[in-house]
Design a binder for this molecule. Structure first.
Ligand SMILES: [Zn+2]
Length: 110
């Protein structure tokens, strides 16, 4: 799928990658995560509960402008290259996740 979005540097054409590791999460809602600096789409994420979004589990990411079939040391905005999140493994359940930089992203309910 290709997404076209209006952008300060003109019309941007961006590839959207399905995450093959994505699993449907019951009782979750979808948040669209975007870059706080340039508003570029980053990912659609299945969030459980109403708590703050601090991390994204790899297998709850539905799709994104980054290829999540591979693990990245960090997530950078594909447009402005600001760092959005850093990879880590959760202490409790040893899952692959990305810890979001609080000031680097916006979210909205889809
Ligand atoms: Zn950006």
């Amino acid at each position: 799928m290709v997404l076209r979005s209006k952008h300060r540097r003109g019309i941007m054409i961006m590839e959207v990658y399905k995450n093959p590791n994505s699993k449907k999460v019951r009782g979750s809602h979808v948040l669209e995560v975007s870059c706080a600096y340039c508003k570029c789409f980053i990912a659609n994420y299945q969030k459980v509960g109403e708590s703050n979004l601090v991390k994204m589990y790899n297998n709850r990411i539905i799709d994104g402008s980054i290829d999540f079939s591979q693990y990245h040391g960090a997530i950078f905005c594909p447009n402005c290259e600001e760092r959005i999140a850093t990879r880590y493994v959760t202490k409790m359940d040893k899952k692959e996740a990305y810890r979001l930089v609080p000031s680097a992203y916006n979210k909205k309910k889809v």
